[in-house]
Write a protein that binds this ligand. Sequence first.
Ligand code: P1T
Length: 379
Amino acid sequence: MGFATDAIHVGQEPDPATGAIVAPIYQTSTYVQEELGKNKGYDYARTAHPNRRALERTVAKLEGGSAAFVFTSGMAAIDSVFRLLRPGDHAIISEAVYGGVIRLTTQFLVQWGLEFSFVDTSSPESVERAIKPTTKMIYIETPTNPTMRVTDIAAIARIASARNATLVVDNTFLSPYFQSPIALGAHIVVHSMTKYLNGHSDAVGGSVILTRPADAEKIYFLQRSTGAGLAPMDCFLVSRGIKTLAVRMKQHDANGRAVARFLEDHPRVKSVLYPGLPSHPQHDVAVRQQRGFGAMISFDVVTMENARTVLNHLKICSLAESLGGVETLISHPATMTHASVPAEVRQRIGITDGLIRISVGIEDVEDLINDLDQALRKI
Ligand code: P1T
């Protein structure tokens, strides 16, 4: 079946008890057993839940994995993946990764004997150079948040398989509609489903999609042991959101391209980071491995003062953390999403004080462009 058909039907079969076209939200913590030792496949909601299983089937199908597990947030999902490592293991991580991943690894997971190297994964040579005998995982985000650097997934997959390392890809920014990391050689895909998969800024959730049964077993063990599985109502919301993923992503992409072109031509904008622009340093890789460019754009207005002026004068674009919703969200990475990243690291990876990140929504694009234009003119 095609992507949109799968997004609407896989895991979303009508309720067998009533015929309801949308399966109910099973707001329950436990299940009555028919007799001692006999149940209908569900015993307790921390370990198994119908809405969770339904959503897991959908995301596994869309990403081309053999299993998936959904968590209370993207960070909970990512944390479970790093727990596949053992003390003494080393992981290579994209240096311009989401700030929460830097915080989790450098301020917490290092305490358990794990070692992390932050590397520009858009350069396969740099990844190769960072490999150690103890390297067990390569974790990439592509495009990166918020610097939009693109990593050649197939090239890194070749390095990972030569070293027997697990390749993990955060596919949050493009969603499975525009990028298929598993088809390019990734072993594990993670998502903040809070973003495009849900798409309506009304739930927080994460997912891990696996290709190897041994990994799946470990992640399921963690999900049910730690109790970090996504709650029924949130599963329902994300499942509903995914049904419109294909149409939303088409419009996000069209609006993203238009806004990126507008910003690139604007006299008050110094530079624009968007893989869809021929000026982007990894434009050719993006054309090769992505089916679209999406709607995440970062642009530089040189100073913090200029950024403040623009952000404070917008009327339609909302100043907020997060991304991937139908409404346009705009943020200042240096003081918001990446505030926990040390200043010298921010400087090195290009998160300047004048950098603004926009998650272009699916409103009428002329309205968004007019809003950005009037705010930029206040500089
Ligand atoms: O917020 P949460 O659902 O826990 O997801 C974390 C996460 C993981 N990966 C990427 C690429 C992300 O962008 C995020 C969360 N990002 C934001 C909240 C943000 O505004 O960038």
